[in-house]
Every structure is written in C-alpha cells, then in structure tokens.
Design a protein around this ligand. Sequence first.
Ligand code: IVH
Length: 738
Amino acid sequence: MSGADKEIESFSEAEAHAEIDRLHELLSEADRLYFENDAPDISDAAYDAMKRRYLALEIAFPQHKRADSLSEKVAGAPVDGFAKVRHEVPMLSLAKAFTDQDVIDFAERGKRFFERDKDLDLVFTAEPKIDGLSASLRYEDGVLVRGATRGDGAVGEDITANLRTIKDIPHTLKGKGWPKVIEIRGEVYMTMAEFEALKARSAAVGGQEYVNPRNTAAGSLRQKDPAITASRNLRFFAYAWGYASQEPAPTQFDAVQKFGEWGFAISPLMVRAKSVDELVAQYKKIEELRSSLGYDIDGVVYKIDSLELQRRWGFSSGEPRWAVAHKFPAEQAFTTVRAIDIQVGRTGTLAPVARLSPVGVGGVVVENVTLHNEDYIKGIDSNGLPIRGDEPIDVRIGDTVVIQRAGDVIPQIVRVVLEKRPAEAVAYEFPHVCPVCGSPATRELNEKTGKEDSRRRCTGELICAAQAVEQLKHFVSRGAMDIEGLGTENIELLFSSGLVRTAADIFTLRDRRTEVQAAFAARREEQSRLREEASGKARKATRSVEERSFEGLDKLFAAIDARREPELDRFIFALGIRHIGETTAAALARTFSTIVELRKTGLEAAAAGGDVHEVFPSVNGLGDTIWEALRDFFENERNVAVLDSLLRQVTPKPYVVTISANSQVAGKTVVFTGTLEKMTRGEAKAMAERLGAKVAGSVSKNTDILVAGPGAGSKLKTASELGILVLDEDGWLDLVKQ
Ligand code: IVH
C-alpha cells in the first residue's frame, strides 16, 4: 500500500515523516500555482482532502511537524479564486473631509448646487464610518442569494458562504415591505474583543500574527472554508444599498431604519442633522465615544438625507457628491531613517523611499515611507516654500522623524526632530543618473509655467530595464489587460530571462513553450534550493510536480489567449501613455472608436508637431496635457514599433456606446448655452451625464442637441446653421422626462 492511501493510525514514524514531507510539497506547489499563477491544478476537494490528511498527521506525529509547517501559514491565509461578481450598481468610495472647514465647504457646495430651490433646507445624516470592508448582499423575494466583496468597486468576489456565517446578516428578511430585489450594503468588521481573543488563541499555539482587526476581518472573509470565517465571529452594519427594484424609503435615514426592521444591525449612532453645527456636534460626540465602542471607526460619514436630492446632485469621479467622510485625526509615531533608496517607476520617475526602523502606527507596522521627490527631501514644495515648519528642513539618513498614518491613507513624514539629528548626518544627494540603467535623469521644464517638474526622470525609456519591466507589469495589470496568472513575479522572471521584452512578446510565449518551461523550472529549483538551505533538508523533485506545472503553463497560455481581443479602453490604458489613466482611456475610446483611428490621428499629430488643436478633436474632459502626451507617444518611433507589433498579436474591439434602455439622450452630445432657469449649469450637466449623454463646451458638427436658454448667442447661430436640434429648457426636460 502506498503512503498516499494508508490509514494514518498504521503509520510508522518514518512513514509519517515521509508522508508529511510528500504532502507538504504537493500542497506548497498547489498554493504556489493558486497564488502566483491563479491557476489551481487540483480540485478544491482534492486540496482539502490532502490538507486534512496533512493536519491529521501533524497531530498524530507532532515530533515530525516541520519547522515550516503549512498549518501555521495557510490556516489564516486568504485564498484566491472566488468567482467574480459584477456589481449591478458600482460600489463607490467617499470624498474625505479633514477639517471643520472641509465640512462647511461640503454644505456650501450643496447650497450652491440647489440654489434655484429657494426654500430648500438641506438635511443630512451623520453616522460612524466603520473601519472594516464593505460587502453587498443581494436579496431576491427576501432571501439572501448572493454576497460579494467590493473588489475594485465594479467587480467583486462571490463570498456568499462566508457572509452567511455573520449573525448580523439575515438569511431571509424579516417584517414586510422589502422590495422584490434589493442589494443591501454595509461594513463587515471585527470587534476588538474578538480580535484580542483570536490573537491570544493564535499565540497559544505559536500561530500567525494578526496585524489589526480590519486586516483580520478581510482575511477571515476570504477563507475557502466558511467554518473558519464562522469561527471569527465577524459583525456587519447595514448603511446603504445598491440595486433596488423599489426605493426602500424616500430618505437615507428612513431607509436604514427599515434595514433594522428587516433584521440587520444598524448603527445606533446615526442621526439627522440640519446644519453644519449639528453635523460637527455629532462628529464630536462620536469621537468621544470612539474608544468605548468596542470596534474601530475612522470618522463620521455625512450624507444628504433626501434620496431625490442625492440623485439630483449625482456623482463625480467615482464618488457621490452628496456624501463625505469626516475623518478623525491621524495617529503619529517616532522612528529613524535607516536609508534612502531610489525606485524607478513605469514612466521613469525616480521615486525616493525612506527605509525606517519598523514602528507601529495607526494599527500597522510601517517600515517604508515615500519621500516623493528631491524637493520634498530638501523640505520645500514646488514653489520653493518650506513644507515642514517655517524653515526648509531636509530629511537625512540617521534622522529621527515623526510619521503619521490615518486609516487607509499612506504614511507620511510630518516632522524631522532636529534636536536628535546625529552630528555626522549629511544632506542627501539626489542622483542625477538613473540607478538602474545609468541614463541621465533630468527634471523637465514645464513650458507653460516655466517651472521645473518636481520629479527627476530617467531618460532611458525602454532601454531602462526598470521602466520596461514596470511598463509590462502595468500592461498585464487588473485595470489594463488583466491577464490572470501573469503577476509581478512572473513578469520579472520572463523579463530577466529575456523571454518578454515588450508587451507583444507576451502573446508569442506559447510558441516558446520549452524556454518558458525552463525558466519556470529554474526558478522552482532556485526556490527549493533556498528552502533546503533554510530547513537543512534535502528535497526530491517528483514527476507529478513536473507534470502539474505543465498544466499550469497551459492555463497561463489560455489566459493570454483570452485577452487577444481586449476592450479598446483597457487596451489604450494598458499602453501606459503618460497622463492617460483609466478614465481618460475610456474617453479616448469613445472619441476614436477604434485603435486604427486613434493610431492614425496620433501619427498625424506627431507629423504635424506643435499645435495639437490642429489635429485632435475638441472633446470635453480631454485637455492639452492629454493630447500632448498622445502626440509625444506617437513621435517616438520605438513606441509606434511596439504598438504595431502588439497589434499583430491582438485586435482591440471597436468601442460601442451602450445606450441605456430608457434614456433618449444616451450617447448623444449635448451643449448647454444661455441662462437656465430651472437648474444650475452644473446640475444640467450632471443630469445629462447621468443619462449617458456627453456634454460639450462648444457646438460642432458632432453636437446632437443644443439646449438654449435666454441670452444664447453664437452657439445658437452655429447650431441653426448646422441643422442641429435646438431645445429650450422645458423642451430638454420634456425629452428626458424629469
Ligand atoms: S456609505 C455611496 N457609510 O467607507 C456611498 N460607507 O470610503 C457608499 N464605510 O467603501 C458608502 N462606514 O466601506 C458609507 N457608514 C458608512 C460607512 C462607509 C464605512 C466605508 C465603505 C466605503 C468606504 C468609502
């Protein structure tokens, strides 16, 4: 009987030792394929069975438990590979307020937006901002059918089984009056008591360390085994909703109270407030209660109470305009700067990083902190004014510094403690050549402002290994081409082994299977050599591991093939052109519809040089910086060559405007001119965009509708000449039926 089938009770010591080693190797390899390649090669059931057997052997033969036992590592580690869920209504983030003035500004913006509604008194809600992770729970006919993480806001992961273990989440809605379909949203969190108890349990068995309740709650939610999630006693507060077949109530406050009636836990600290003073009073009250709540909160969220007004005010860049998170002040800590390293980014920016003596602040251990750029190190901003105190104070290796971290905000150096500066500390000299490729690193002059760019950049472009590899990582990343299994480590490996130099090479990897196989095998050998060194034990390569890694490669090649017809906006974003982020890439896709058209216009702009307005169209939201970046990209022959070889491998799909079913104006270009009487210009624009229209500033042959109020001038004339549909304000409201 082979070790694999044998009953644990009948094992000899030697057999148990060998079987633990065998399972350790198989499970480690399965984990590696899972985590690094996102390409599991065995079924979940087979994995679980192996894992159970491994754990049982460890318990039966504790003397043979390995120093690097997987029982410690994997029990608390998150598992990848949950099914993806596209949120019907995106899960947004919140704008932040740090001072009372920011809150006053928020209320003022509201007043200005609704200034036409003379007698309107804005009412808000105020409630704690829970420091956990948001989740969306879909109920159909009152039954919980799916629960998902926020993910990137558009696509999350299906963690229904894990969410079901949370006692604050009803499996069926109580009471009555719930809509046929509703997605309840709220925050999953871990109480401090539960966190401390888990830490104590883990410490007792020499288990893993847990950083803070939030990260632990996140890890607990991403368990493959819901029993582990259940054991973590997570909690949930409902505070919002996504898709709802029927509005839960006319106001935010009443909607959330209904959630309470339907069986959810809701925050008892939520109130209505009629003024900034009342909002700030609730903020102070919650701040005072903060340490006695028993769970972490990191601020107070204010929302406009009326759902009607929320809709009218709308959204901007992924955040509701009608809500703001008033954050609590950041925590601070002292530490010392051990070193200053320079990292070279995707666009060649030399980014200095301070390596710190590790220090706990705001619930996490901080070891690195960005120093932004050379002026920042010197202690001045882009206008030459001091940024830390009244005098420019530079940061030196050896300095004692105060760092600050607030919630999800990245840590910052806020102060240098000059009294503690060592006598031998010298001012840091920022390199003028790229530390990776040796090319000159320069600060560009901004022609418009006449000022130097704050960042020094490597001029090596693609000959710079750092830029090339960062560019590749960006290309395959989630928001870009999203090639599963090609994570940071694999890209670095493929680049350093010469198999992938530019993005096009990724798509020919399949033709070079043997070389790819060899590169992966070499890395595996290297890793196991290091493991052996660490554990002092020899390890035999087994045939099954080899075979399974072949299957992993097939999955990788399939994932690459699956991206040969990317969406145009993703493709444009993936090119990594300076200043062209996801939103701009989408606007460019809408504007040009195909990559052929974009390439043609880009080359025309490059040939014309100089003024970008001669070639590129006038599009709202696409300014000179973007057009110049696009022209510069096409001016560089190497970029065009890389693009062209890429286009021999992939065919981006033409961009098609999706017209929302009940909007008359989706996909249309609208221009507003003259005085509007029933709404402000901002409100009109927000409404049009909400209905899927593009709003332009000037009339051209691409305009579909001109909405002209009293006093309209040349735009009205041009529109009439071009035969464009002209509506007055009532005509427009009629068309959109609002
Ligand atoms: S409302 C459309 N209310 O904060 C607005 N969010 O920065 C949806 N959060 O992702 C969010 N407590 O995870 C809202 N009482 C609260 C909250 C809250 C915590 C989190 C949530 C969201 C993040 C936004």
